[in-house]
Ligand binder design. Structure first.
Ligand code: GLU
Length: 448
């Protein structure tokens, strides 16, 4: 019997060696493949077919120049990426991120996570991610439009309904998807709705897609708490971020009886003991595109703490919805000391490895992003279904489908963790479910 743990360690060292400097990618790979030791013991043929090694190598990586003109007439140059990671289960699927921190290592960590997340949803979609180091902050609509048109002028040759279906992520919402789709349609002379998801419902988008990631996190939380004989009712919650995922996580947590007392942006934290007022937050963020510090001008009883750490606010439930590695070991210790009992990740990889260990050792119900935030991409797959059948579903029907999908994701991760002897370990459950669903077709397709 080969030493499986040593084999996995060798694969990890090889990934680090082949992808120098891509720290977030290394971190994402390590977290997944460490969970796979019991799978390789049970299914030695996955090792013979070198499935893990193949999954760690993207099928295709595209890097391109994105030149555009700003409002002053200056030429600006950004870098565009699309990493098509794995298409064993369906066309590549995953969002685009526009943020100055974007480089190949970020796109690869997100694309790698997306393979497993998409598999966990049970929908027929492969994994990809893309984006640019373009910073939309402070840019006019015209500048964003010209950037998106230039980005799509290259990207359009690599995507399509049966090839690769991008969507949004940080910095890419319905406005950007509109500009991207418009340019795609113009260049190809084809109205192929299912080439992009996260479209506006006025021209082929799914109702609930905007809300789906946040709602899905709240549904997943509810399932985790129910599995422990508890519920969200009366729980004090802290939700980091104030983007699309955070806003709709707050909305659904409130509907399910929880009270969210804090949210944040990259400048600071709003602490509102009476509960975050969602109408104010939506007005500030979605309509006026302002910073959350302005919230206290409207709610005098709320506090704004510039540069503060949101995880110092005491809560029963923490929901990180901002960005990768926003919650470290120290923050996790503080949350546990303050009585936090459940964590569900709306962002991708927001808790670092030390933080995850603190939660697991303390018996906190910890739902990793690739299970807890899979509602967004699931609803993208529902959008593709509607586009393929030229249909449009109602809000209530779509939300019911989302709820069922989140319930099923929870059930499969929970039962798999139990089957592999680690009850309650959703990290292990999600990684194993995702991996085996991708490994099976890879074996069937032969060496490709
Ligand atoms: N960017 C989202 C995610 O992290 C959504 C991707 C999609 O809808 O394709 O899952």
């Amino acid at each position: 019997m080969p030493n499986v743990a040593a084999q996995i360690e060798r694969i990890y060292r090889d990934v680090v060696h082949r992808n120098p400097g891509e720290l977030e990618f290394h971190q994402a790979v390590k977290e997944v493949i460490e969970s796979l030791v019991p799978v390789l013991r049970k299914h030695p043929h996955y090792a013979e077919h070198r499935i893990i090694e193949r999954i760690c190598e993207p099928e295709r990586q595209i890097i391109f120049r994105v030149p555009w003109q700003d409002d002053a007439g200056q030429v600006q140059i950004n870098r565009g990426f699309r990493v098509q990671f794995n298409s064993a289960l369906g066309p590549y699927k995953g969002g685009l991120r526009f943020h100055p921190s974007v480089y190949l290592g970020i796109v690869k960590f997100l694309g790698f996570e997306q393979i497993f997340k998409n598999a966990v949803t049970g929908m027929p979609i492969g994994g990809a991610k893309g984006g640019s180091d373009f910073d939309p902050k402070g840019r006019s609509d015209g500048e964003v439009m010209r950037f998106c048109q230039s980005f799509m002028t290259e990207l359009h040759r690599h995507i399509g309904e049966y090839t690769d279906v991008p969507a949004g992520d940080i910095g890419v919402g319905a406005r950007e998807i509109g500009y991207l789709f418009g340019q795609y349609k113009r260049l190809t002379n084809r109205y192929e709705s299912a080439t992009l998801t996260g479209k506006s419902p006025t021209w082929g988008g799914a109702l609930v897609r905007r809300e789906a990631t946040g709602y899905g996190v709240a549904f997943f939380l509810d399932e985790m708490l129910q599995a422990r004989g508890e519920s969200l009712d009366g729980k004090t919650c802290v939700v980091s971020g104030s983007g699309n995922v955070a806003v709709y996580a707050i909305e659904k947590i409130h509907e399910l009886g929880g009270k969210v007392v804090a949210c944040s942006d990259s400048d600071g934290v709003i602490h509102h003991k009476a509960g975050i007022d969602l109408d104010t937050l939506k007005q500030l963020k979605e309509v006026e595109r302002r910073r959350i510090k302005d919230y206290v001008d409207i709610h005098r009883d709320a506090e704004y703490h510039p540069g503060a750490c949101i995880w110092h606010v005491p809560c029963d439930v923490a929901v990180p919805c901002a960005t990768q590695n926003e919650l470290d070991g120290e923050a996790a210790k503080r949350l546990v000391a303050n009585g936090c009992r459940a964590v569900a990740e709306g962002a991708n990889m927001p808790t670092n490895p030390e933080g995850i260990k603190v939660f697991q050792d303390a018996g906190v119900a910890y739902g990793p992003g690739k299970a807890a935030n899979a509602g967004g991409v699931s609803t993208s797959a529902l959008e593709m279904q509607q586009n393929a059948s030229r249909d449009a579903w109602s809000f209530d029907f779509t939300e019911r489908r989302l709820r069922e999908i989140m319930k099923e994701i929870h059930r499969s991760c929970y039962e798999t963790a139990e089957e592999y002897g680690s009850p309650g370990n959703y990290v292990l459950g999600a990684n194993i479910v995702g991996f085996t669903r991708v490994a099976e077709p890879m074996v069937a397709f032969g060496v490709i």
